[in-house]
Design a protein around this ligand. Structure first.
Ligand SMILES: Nc1nc2c(ncn2[C@@H]2O[C@H](COP(=O)(O)OP(=O)(O)OP(=O)(O)O)[C@@H](O)[C@H]2O)c(=O)[nH]1
Ligand SMILES: [Mg+2]
Length: 322
């Protein structure tokens, strides 16, 4: 009789935070790994407002990436403070931190990140993204060696163990496979945090749909206006054919409403049409999307209004784990 052992080798499993300044390519990296636009990407800084988890399942195990908003100086209260709160929440108990740097940045802008790492209780890898710019903008890269050395030295006395540096071009999928291998090598063995291997994100379809609309606002409105916009899904009728979605775009002032709508409704039609195409691709089904614009005076600075839009500011120190 053949004897088989019941001993199963546990796979790798862990939480990996994507941390960095705005616009460095955190969301791009997560999307490249997952081959899906789980977290919206635009050329504008501060696109990501909330934590978004993206789940990679492989034979080697499961990596749960946590995409975070870009770290920037934020005044107390308000939407920017909410974004920083999301970053801090993500840093509460990960297995690994990927500190992502855009070579176009500079030492003084990165100091705030080093301060975050010093407070973290997890090992960190520095990821230099946008390496495709090396030939075009070699001058952007000169400060990095010194900066990496400084991080390495200053982290010696902290709980954040410095593991090394990787260079990638997330948008071109360069260096990403090697990065994934080194992440798996670093992670502990364990049960997957999300047992259902079909799930790509912890976020609901409604959330992703609202984000795809917000992405079009970032792409199609001027420099400032996207930061005054929020999107709420009013209704989502999945059983209807086509799937029928009603969404509200909130702005802060009456004058902004007219700009979002555009003359003769041209702007909002463009936003709706491009958002619909992306939602159809996400849902793999025909979609009817209706957008309306509403004013919620000063929503970016008033906690109760932010809460209504899903941006909940904690009164005391953010403390939720995992
Ligand atoms: N050249 C180049 N551009 C990149 C690369 N990765 C990302 N980008 C671009 O950088 C911009 C910002 O990318 P995001 O992924 O939105 O950056 P982010 O760090 O998530 O930004 P926030 O959400 O604002 O914090 C986009 O225009 C990307 O296409 C890369 O490897 N090379
Ligand atoms: Mg982002």
């Amino acid at each position: 009789m053949n004897q088989t052992t019941n001993k199963t080798t546990l796979k790798k499993s862990g939480l990996v935070v994507l941390l960095g300044r705005p616009n460095v390519g955190k969301s791009t990296l997560m999307n490249t790994v997952l081959k899906e636009e789980i977290s919206i990407v635009t050329p504008k800084a501060q696109t990501t407002r909330d934590q978004v988890r993206g789940i990679l399942n492989e034979d080697r195990g499961q990596i749960v990436f946590i995409d975070t908003p870009g770290v920037h100086k934020a005044r107390e209260g308000g939407i920017n403070a909410y974004m920083i709160q999301e970053v801090k929440r993500a840093l509460d108990g990960p297995d690994l931190i990927l500190y992502i740097i855009d070579p176009a940045s500079k030492e003084s802008a990165e100091e705030v990140l080093l301060e975050q790492l010093k407070l973290a209780n997890a090992p960190a890898v520095i990821i230099i993204n946008k390496s495709d710019q090396r030939l075009k903008r070699p001058e952007h890269f000169v400060w990095l060696e010194k900066w990496v050395e400084k991080c390495k030295n200053e982290l010696l006395e902290t709980k954040c163990k410095f593991l090394g540096v990787s260079e990638i071009a997330a948008v071109h999928d360069q260096g990403v496979d090697e990065l994934i291998t080194s992440i798996f090598n670093q992670l502990p063995e364990g049960e997957p945090l999300f047992p259902d291997v079909e799930i790509l994100t912890d976020r609901s379809t409604r959330f992703v749909v609202a984000e795809l609309i917000r992405k079009q606002l970032f792409l199609k409105l001027g420099e400032e206006l996207p930061y005054s916009c929020a999107v709420e899904i009013e209704s989502f009728k999945e059983k209807e054919k086509p799937i029928t979605i009603h969404a509200l775009i909130y702005v802060e002032r009456d004058s902004q409403k007219g700009i979002v709508i555009g003359s003769g409704g041209k702007k909002i039609k463009e936003i709706g049409s491009d958002a619909r195409k992306e939602i159809e691709s996400l849902l793999d089904a025909k979609v009817f999307l209706e957008l309306r614009v509403k004013v919620m005076e000063g929503w970016t600075s008033e906690a109760n209004k932010m809460k209504h839009l899903g941006y909940l500011l904690q009164k005391s120190k953010a403390g939720s784990k995992r």
